[in-house]
Design a protein around this ligand. Structure first.
Ligand code: FAD
Length: 467
């Protein structure tokens, strides 16, 4: 058969979905081969996504706080930014994590194969690396090939001044004027970083609000803050052309408050990600891939071919690392013969902007669109002692309840650390908690977490103490 290797479980792609699946399968006693085309494990999330962005966002936060404290009696001299040192630190964080993954793979005897995998039959892949190809056979395969940034035909993506999130994270200098196309989570996080490092930032977004997936009341405090900080934010506007000139990138706009054209030093294109479903030779295995490149799966993460699974960004929205890891576990367990299924009620979303915006479960927009009646408890952070002690007051915690049963349906939080706080609401939803359960739970004082308990009390009409 020409097979050089055979695995009980073969995993394509070593992102959060793929490495989790590989490790879980190995822990369940399967012989596992993990194929990755990049030189390091960790996929988008560890190498060019979640982790490097959070390192740079931490740096941005320190810079912003140092400015903010001037109003409260502590002034620093202007930060001196050594961009090479900052990049080295960020790269070090990534290196430590991806190196750790390599060690974990070794410990578990997961065979890591470097190269690009394509199916050549329903039970074999060909892995190409540096001009060599080898055939690996498998009993079960798990496709975890992830996604890549969407490009647009009227943008000269080959010009080094046009960057995607990967380019932005490379930190190859700080442009004087940066245009961010797309006001979603990734674009806004990168805008936060570059603004703190000194760029004048402009954002252009097609919809009538930034982070279109979140309720407007949650996005408003962020919008108000960045409107003061950034050069411009154009909503209901789009870019129609980008022309590379020696002076800069000449951008044509249409709609909203955008000018007809303007010139920028760099343009960050962050208009979404598309799945890698079309580059794995799926047809040779009979795996169905839709026209956008997504692969449909059932609750056991099986594709239409029952011994081949798919997980992570490649199976659809939300494209988030914590979804990929949970799906990876399920696929590995089912492949190893266990009764397992992906049945999460909710998957939290977080924008690690300043303030952070986080939501889980039902949003008010969704309730309205579906005609579902919801009750809500809202707690403004201006009434939180801890928030004021942080020098901030714009936050908001909103919890949605079923008006009949008082059970929690969803939660949205905006404010510093909203991303950490939202986990409590996710647990409450999974446990089927009602407003009383949440309100009677003693939250530590003074913390921002109290705002969740207080929002539940506000819904029940039992709220007494503020601050
Ligand atoms: P990926 O991480 O995309 O990994 C897929 C892997 O498969 C890659 O390593 C790729 O090289 C490999 N591969 C593809 N095709 C082949 C092939 N044919 N053969 C061999 N290998 C192949 N999510 C969060 O939850 N929180 C965040 O804070 C967050 N921040 C982000 C910030 C940025 C800038 C970006 C871009 C994304 C961010 N995400 C975040 C999203 C997150 O990175 C993804 O949801 C997650 O990485 C998806 O995991 P995955 O396992 O599906 O695939």
């Amino acid at each position: 058969s020409g097979e050089e290797m055979r695995a009980q479980v073969l995993v394509i792609g070593a992102g959060p979905g793929g490495y989790t699946a590989a490790f879980r399968a190995a822990d369940l006693g399967q012989s596992v081969v993990l194929v990755e085309r990049w030189p390091t494990l960790g996929g988008v999330c560890l190498n060019v996504g979640c982790i490097p962005s959070k390192a740079l966002l931490h740096a941005a936060k320190v810079i912003d706080e140092s400015h903010a404290m001037a109003a409260h009696g502590i002034s620093f001299t202007a930060p001196q930014i050594d961009i090479d040192k900052l990049r080295t630190w960020k790269d070090g964080v990534v290196k430590r994590l991806v190196g750790g993954l390599g060690g974990l793979a070794k410990q578990r005897k997961v065979t890591v194969v470097t190269g690009e995998a394509r199916f050549v039959s329903p039970n074999q892949v060909a892995v190409a690396h540096e001009g060599q190809t080898r055939i690996i056979g498998f009993d079960h395969a798990i496709i975890a090939a992830g996604s890549e940034p969407v490009q647009m035909p009227f943008i000269p993506h080959d010009d080094p001044r046009v960057i995607d999130s990967t380019g932005a994270l490379e930190l190859d200098g700080v442009p004087a004027r940066l245009l961010v196309i797309g006001g979603g989570i990734i674009g806004l996080e990168m805008a936060t970083v570059y603004h703190a490092l000194g760029s004048k930032v402009t954002i252009v977004e097609l919809m009538d609000q930034i982070i279109p997936g979140a309720d407007k009341d949650l996005v408003t405090p962020l919008m108000k803050r960045i409107q003061k900080q950034y050069e411009a934010i154009h909503l209901k506007a789009k870019v129609t052309a980008v022309e590379a000139t020696p002076e800069g990138l000449k951008v044509s706009f249409e709609g909203g408050t955008a000018p007809a054209s303007d010139t920028f030093d760099k343009v960050l294109v962050s208009v979404g990600r598309r799945p890698n479903g079309k580059r794995i030779g799926a047809e040779a295995a009979g795996v169905a891939v839709d026209e956008r490149g997504f692969i449909a799966v059932d609750k056991q993460m099986r594709t239409n071919v029952s011994h081949i699974f798919a997980i992570g960004d490649i199976v659809g929205q939300p494209m988030l690392a914590h979804k990929a890891t949970h799906e990876g576990k399920v696929a590995a367990e089912v492949a190893a013969g266990k009764a397992s299924a992906f049945d999460a009620k909710v998957i939290p979303s977080v924008a690690y902007t300043d303030p952070e915006v986080a939501w889980v479960g039902m949003t008010e927009n969704e309730a309205k669109a579906k005609g579902i009646k919801v009750g809500k408890g809202v707690f403004p952070w201006a009434a939180s002692g801890r928030s004021l002690a942080l020098g901030r007051e714009e936050g908001l915690t909103k919890v949605l309840f079923d008006p009949e049963t008082d059970r929690i349906l969803g939660c949205g939080i905006v404010g510093p650390n909203a991303g950490d706080l939202i986990a409590e609401a996710a647990l409450a939803i999974e446990m089927g908690a009602d407003a009383e359960d949440i309100g009677l739970t003693i939250h530590p004082h003074p913390t921002l977490s109290e705002t969740i308990g207080l929002a539940a009390e506000a819904f029940e009409g039992t709220i007494t103490d503020l601050y």
